[in-house]
Design a protein around this ligand. Structure first.
Ligand SMILES: [Zn+2]
Ligand SMILES: [Zn+2]
Length: 377
């Protein structure tokens, strides 16, 4: 119903009479942005499914680096033009539609391709980084502006360069990280015959698989995370993540490279070994990416009864709280019941922590110093 109405509105906006679309009214940017978004979406679909084309010669084109570079520019144009139109034009239909289509294309493009994760060169990582930042920024900056927990905190707050650099590094090495993430589960599936379990899991309804993946992953994540806090040698790595003094959409990116590898491979192992459908795993991968950004974001709100079932920003903000009562609490990233069950739950009604970081701030500033920090006496 709403979709039809919305599509009609997009059409009438595109057909707007000349006097309603002068230069600077956001009409040109909105229309061209929408076009870029649609073209990008088609290119992404072609890139991901070369078998869709009836011309075999074309399939080779999609694998080309230039094709990816063009795609990347098309999507960037979609983001920039959509944002421009949203700023300039009173009617947000065109800009909103352009943004939505571009985001959809980016999301599909970002889903990990399980079958070929060969290292494809550094450029893939670089464009991935820019799309990553544009996509997440376009999603979270407006939300943080409209519902800020801390309204005084600017987008470019203290140490934003450092956290953006963390973002860059993990995007750049996405292929390497993916490879290492798969290593433990590949080992298990090659050494053990899990055929019956895999067939059973694969036959479950899709949504059950999805929720099961969330549960298994969070359970593994809970205990690994707890170990990172309680084992002194591991804590030195995890302290880097906790050294962030401001919470927002880029704060969660701050994580020691070795921790990323260990965290991803351990938490992904149950879902990969159990053998859920690839589409459920891909959907979860996207969810966990957006979700972990969300729980670090500078977003207020109590979320009512949802707060009891799912992890919300206030819950994870307490995990990062600087006060004593916030030490070693709230390890879950999806389901707070894990913390209740294992005695680490802490969510005082309506209250937020006074500040973030580690008491005394022992971790030095800057990416390279933090990279070396765990290895120093
Ligand atoms: Zn932690
Ligand atoms: Zn965190």
């Amino acid at each position: 119903m709403y979709t039809v109405k919305f599509l009609r509105k997009v059409r009438s906006e595109l057909d707007a009479p000349r006097e309603e679309r002068p230069f600077g009214s956001g009409w040109i940017s909105g229309s061209v942005g929408l076009l870029a978004g649609i073209v990008g979406l088609l290119m992404v679909i072609a890139l991901r499914n070369p078998s869709l084309t009836t011309v075999p010669q074309l399939a080779a084109v999609y694998k080309d680096v230039p094709f990816r570079i063009v795609l990347y520019f098309v999507l960037c144009a979609g983001f920039v033009l959509a944002a421009l139109s949203l700023v300039l034009r009173k009617d947000k239909t065109l800009g909103g539609a352009a943004m939505a289509v571009t985001m959809l294309a980016t999301m599909i493009g970002m889903l990990p391709a399980h079958r070929d994760y060969g290292v494809e060169g550094i450029f893939f990582g670089l464009d991935f980084f820019i799309l990553n930042v544009l996509f997440t920024g376009a999603l979270f900056i407006p939300i943080e502006r409209i519902f800020p927990k801390n309204p005084e905190q600017p987008v470019l707050r203290d140490e934003w360069r450092e956290d953006l650099f963390y973002y860059l590094v993990s995007s750049l090495f996405i292929q390497v990280l993916t490879y290492l993430t798969f290593a433990p589960s590949n080992f298990v599936t090659h050494t053990h015959d899990l055929g019956t379990i895999r067939a059973f899991a694969n036959g479950l309804p899709w949504i059950v698989q999805f929720v099961a993946i969330m549960l298994f992953t969070d359970f593994a994540q809970y205990w690994l995370h707890r170990a990172f806090h309680r084992v002194p040698a591991l804590w030195r790595f995890h302290a880097v993540h906790h050294s962030a003094k401001s919470m927002d959409w880029i704060a969660g990116a701050r994580m020691h490279f070795l921790e990323i590898i260990i965290l991803r491979s351990v938490t992904a192992t149950p879902m990969l070994v159990i053998g859920f459908q690839e589409s459920a795993i891909q959907a979860y991968t996207l969810l966990v990416y957006v979700y972990s950004t969300f729980i670090h974001s500078n977003v207020r709100g109590s979320f009512g009864f949802l707060e009891k079932i799912l992890v919300v920003p206030r819950f994870h903000h307490w995990h990062h709280g600087i006060e004593k009562e916030a030490t070693d609490v709230n390890f879950a990233i999806h389901f707070p019941f894990l913390d209740r069950m294992f005695g680490t739950y802490h969510l005082p009604e309506g209250k937020w922590p006074n500040g973030y970081g580690i008491a005394g701030h022992p971790v030095p500033k800057g990416y390279w110093k933090q990279l070396l920090y765990p290895f120093q006496r």
